[in-house]
Design a protein around this ligand. Structure first.
Ligand code: ZN
Length: 457
């Protein structure tokens, strides 16, 4: 029988392993993304891009995939997934990885990605359009506008707001261009943040922040929807904090904070009361600890020689300050984990994302997997950590009816891994296929196509 012509462009076709209209995933272990215990030996029917049934036998004509020994999970919903990467230098630059990063995210199991701050918004939007049109592989993207940064930006790719009116204009302009979220940055003033949040909310658009000049409780009061990175960037407990000014608070200082004191507990309660979500970005913090992140061959394979040298040099520099640097990075990471556990225990919505910045050690996709491992290290069960990386993100995006769990009626955005991440969370790295809209992509082929490219393009 002749094959029908492929509905995929040459940009996508080499990576597609399964594109049959009916697919039956048989004998799979399912971790559904709700936090429920895994279910063994399940059948999932994918029909025209959606999950149409659980159980039963494969319909006639279905493509049958035997997943004995494999686990099916929802695709990750990454909430801090920049399309840029640091290349260092005296003037810090963050070039777009429009070629390699969408592939890396998808290969790692990230099927939905909020970009959480853009330095090339038109590139981000055009990459999204190309992915949606089936011209290149990548996750479904939710584009965040350029940074809402105040005076004192450290990166020349950022605009510095000149006041609240400018913040309103900025939001109006980029909302009209089609961005679907905003991110406030480290030097924004409370008045600028307030103007931006009000303008964004008028458009039904959420605002997140990597803040410093504004404390978490101030931001919650203003109406921010989400805060990136967690306790490690909250400056409100810094003894010398001046209003609207980003102080030099150190990781060591945060690491000394006692989470059981009234002010910290009140801050957590305040965020929960205001429905402010927190985005966990543990991998990028861990990368600063020279003794911790295992140097992975897959990382060295994916990055360009220059990017590998940059990262290895940063790692060596941190290592030469062994003791102080490693000690404070490790203590800060531990404190951040304690905070995230306490935040969830208090009823807060915790989501996760890669944040491929810092010293370059947190790479698109791999860092999303590493985050899940670190959440487990912090005390979450594997299925809870997977929920944080999947359905919680969908909830914050307002897309939980369509994506984020393995359930009948949802879009078939799934990752298939060999092994059992519920028993050994590191097996989340063993991604074989990633389904997006019911199309199965070959993870190894996507990774092969970016060999040596990350950090370059
Ligand atoms: Zn970021």
């Amino acid at each position: 029988m002749a094959q029908p012509p492929s509905r995929f462009t040459p940009g996508i076709k080499p990576f597609v392993a399964y594109d049959d209209p009916v697919i039956a995933l048989m004998h799979a272990r399912v971790i559904d993304g709700t936090g429920a215990a895994p279910r063994e030996d399940q059948t999932i029917i994918i029909y025209q891009g959606k999950i149409s049934a659980f159980g039963g036998k494969a319909p006639d004509g279905a493509r049958v995939i035997d997943l004995t020994g494999h686990t099916v999970m929802p695709g990750m919903v990454g909430m801090h997934e920049h399309l840029y990467y640091p290349i260092g230098g005296g003037v810090p630059m963050y070039p777009e990885m429009a070629y390699s990063f969408p592939r890396l995210y998808l290969a790692a199991g990230v099927t939905t990605a909020r970009t959480a701050g853009s330095v090339e918004p038109f590139t981000d939007m055009n990459v999204k359009a190309a992915i949606d049109a089936g011209k290149m592989p990548g996750p479904r993207l939710y584009i965040t506008g350029p940074y809402l940064e105040g005076k004192g930006a450290f990166a020349p790719q950022m605009h510095e707001l000149t006041g609240p009116e400018d913040a309103t204009r900025f939001v109006e302009y980029w909302a009209a261009q089609g961005v679907t979220s905003f991110k406030a940055y480290m030097n924004i003033t409370r008045a600028e943040l307030k103007a931006a949040v009000e303008a964004a909310h008028r458009h039904g658009i959420k605002v997140t922040g990597h803040l410093c000049s504004v404390g978490f409780r101030e931001a919650a009061e203003i109406g921010i929807d989400n805060l990136e990175h967690g306790l490690l960037v909250d400056t409100e407990f810094h003894p010398g904090k001046q209003p609207d000014v980003c102080p030099q608070n150190t990781r060591a200082e945060v690491a000394r904070l006692d989470l059981n004191t009234a002010p910290v507990r009140e801050m957590i309660a305040d965020l929960v009361r205001h429905h402010v979500a927190i985005t966990s970005t543990l991998a990028v913090f861990e990368a600063f600890d020279p003794e911790r992140p295992p140097l992975e061959q897959r990382f060295l394979d994916a990055v360009s020689p220059d990017a590998a040298v940059n990262y290895l040099a940063a790692r060596a520099r941190a290592g030469s300050g062994r003791g102080a640097a490693a000690g404070s990075a490790a203590a800060a990471l531990k404190k951040e984990l304690e905070f995230e556990v306490a935040f969830v225990k208090a009823g807060g919505l915790l989501v996760a994302g890669a944040d491929p910045t810092g010293n370059g050690g947190a790479l698109a996709g791999f860092a999303d997997q590493r985050n899940v491992e670190l959440l487990v290290e912090g005390g979450f069960t594997p299925v809870e950590a997977i929920r944080i990386a999947t359905s919680n993100g969908a909830k914050l995006l307002g897309e939980e009816a369509r994506i984020g769990t393995v359930a009948v009626g949802k879009i078939a955005d799934l990752m298939v891994v060999s092994g059992n991440p519920a028993a050994r969370i590191a097996e989340i790295r063993n991604v074989k296929w990633v389904f997006k809209d019911g199309v199965g992509y070959d993870s190894a082929k996507l990774l092969e196509s970016v060999r040596g490219q990350a950090g370059l393009r």
